[in-house]
Design a protein around this ligand. Structure first.
Ligand code: FES
Ligand code: FES
Length: 163
């Protein structure tokens, strides 16, 4: 099996895996990084949402062989330590907003929701604006527990806290 090399949560990793194996299973089964959740496996539910080079992606749809050694994969485990907008606390400001708004129920979808939220705020900022209700309407991460209203409130608060 070929070696696959990329940067995971700030650390260079090399792991043996077939080129076609999807990044989600490399993370979860070969590297033991279980923050990105397996929901559908076909790029629909968004439970696995993580970042590649700072943008939200679904690792269940990315063959690991497509990654370059310089590509930076960030999962919820590395968000607080490796995000440039994380500030100096133990948690990323979006994670703290999640706690303060008591968003989670079962929690299964929540790592993906937080990663999506951070990417959404970053995208709006690149465009020189704040997030809008329309942005929030476009989030496609599924929550089986129905926490959507609290997610919306937490994202707005997290945006205010992100530097
Ligand atoms: S598990 Fe990746 S989108 Fe559903
Ligand atoms: S909190 Fe249970 S699936 Fe979202």
């Amino acid at each position: 099996m070929p070696d696959q090399t990329f940067i995971l949560n700030g650390r260079k990793v090399t792991v043996k895996a077939p080129d076609h194996e999807r990044l989600l299973w490399v993370l979860r089964d070969r590297l033991g990084v279980t923050g990105p959740k397996y929901g559908c496996g076909i790029n629909v539910c968004k439970a696995c949402t993580s970042h590649v080079n700072g943008k939200a992606v679904n690792p269940c749809s990315i063959p690991v062989g497509k990654l370059d050694p310089s590509d930076e994969v960030t999962t919820i485990e590395g968000l607080a330590d490796h995000a440039p907008d994380s500030g100096s606390g133990d948690l990323h400001p979006m994670q703290q907003a999640w706690i303060d708004h008591d968003v989670s129920q079962c929690g299964y979808c929540q790592p993906g929701q937080v990663m999506q939220a951070v990417a959404l705020v970053r995208r709006a900022r690149r465009e020189g604006r704040s997030i809008t209700e329309a942005d929030l309407d476009q989030i496609r991460n599924i929550c089986r527990c129905g926490t959507y209203q609290r997610i919306r409130e937490a994202i707005k608060d997290g945006e205010r806290r992100m530097r």
